[in-house]
Design a protein around this ligand. Structure first.
Ligand code: AMP
Ligand code: ZN
Ligand code: FE
Ligand code: FE
Length: 286
């Protein structure tokens, strides 16, 4: 049987709804052989996930870094998956802490904006809902659902709400610095959902070419936010640039409808991805 490998998931350490141990159990139940935990801007879920690993499941420790490209005005936010990096590399640790703080500050400003329009959402309640995990718009979306203003998280990401009207930028990590820091920490950077046009503006292929020259290792092609044509485009680009091509669910528990293992990465790509890391942080087997 071909191993099933899902390289992008979120737990309650950021904006997923399953705790790291629940996520690991669900991954085993879903028949995955390899799962990566890639919470936004944090490695806080790594230890509890490792402790919960059952026999037969392998865990790739990672994170999804909030990045920004300033080659256009206004600058573009983007997500960089980082795998198997040293979670104590000082500069990377500092950047992650800074981004988490910026997320708190931006979340509070979004709530102030909502409240100034008479929308009754509470920042302390939203913070409590995040339970100490990296705060994101999905947590604010839950407050809009509780207030009866929208029915679903995806509705909360519509243009009238967090997708546009109440969307504020945050202080992200410069993407070239992020690639450099991840590589310096022994890790493997992979560009997450690069053609997800439905989330907003996307970066040009030229940027991905520049990032490839700067140390990017892969691009995520198979993702629910990519149309079949967008997936093909990413594959073609990866072939031209010599990048690995991954596929993954970007599972967020009930904050999204996608299921674990909905998209997967080929075993030979996974092997190359692991081989591209320095080996400081290894894949853990249960
Ligand atoms: P933030 O990190 O605060 O900017 O919020 C972005 C997060 O919200 C990402 O992790 C996405 O997975 C999630 N997200 C973006 N668009 C949607 C959507 N339409 N429905 C549900 N979740 C979304
Ligand atoms: Zn998320
Ligand atoms: Fe993402
Ligand atoms: Fe994600």
């Amino acid at each position: 049987m071909i191993p099933r490998i899902d390289l992008h998931t979120h737990s309650t350490a950021s904006d997923g709804t399953l705790t790291p141990p629940q996520l690991i159990r669900t991954a085993a139940e879903a028949g995955l052989d390899v799962v990566a935990l890639t919470d936004h801007d944090t490695t806080a879920g790594w230890e509890p996930a490792v402790r919960a690993l059952p026999t037969g499941l392998r865990l790739v420790r990672g994170a999804e870094l909030s990045c920004r490209w300033s080659g256009v005005t206004p600058s573009l936010p983007l997500h960089l998956l980082a795998y198997l990096f040293d979670p104590q590399a000082p500069e990377l640790v500092a950047e992650l802490a800074r981004v988490r703080a910026a997320r708190l500050e931006r979340g509070e400003r979004i709530v102030a904006l909502l409240r100034s329009d008479g929308i009754d959402v509470s920042w302390p309640e939203i913070l409590a809902g995040a339970g100490g995990g990296t705060v994101g718009r999905p947590h604010i979306a839950q407050a809009l659902i509780r207030a009866g203003l929208v029915a679903t998280t995806s509705e909360a990401f519509g243009p009238d709400w967090l997708g546009q009207r109440y969307r504020l930028p945050k202080e992200d990590i410069d993407v070239f610095r992020a690639v450099e820091l991840v590589r310096a920490a022994g890790g493997v950077p992979v560009f997450a959902h690069p053609r997800a046009t439905r989330r907003g503006r996307i970066v040009p292929d030229e940027l991905i070419a520049e990032l490839a020259a700067a140390g990017l290792v892969g691009v995520e092609a198979d993702h629910e936010d990519h149309s079949p044509a967008e997936r093909e485009h990413v594959r073609g680009l990866a072939a031209d640039l010599g990048l690995l091509v991954t596929g993954s669910s970007d599972f967020h528990g009930t904050h999204k409808t996608v299921r674990l293992g909905a998209f997967t990465t080929a075993p030979e790509v996974y092997e190359q991805l692991v081989a591209a890391s320095s080996g400081v942080i290894e894949v853990v087997s249960g």
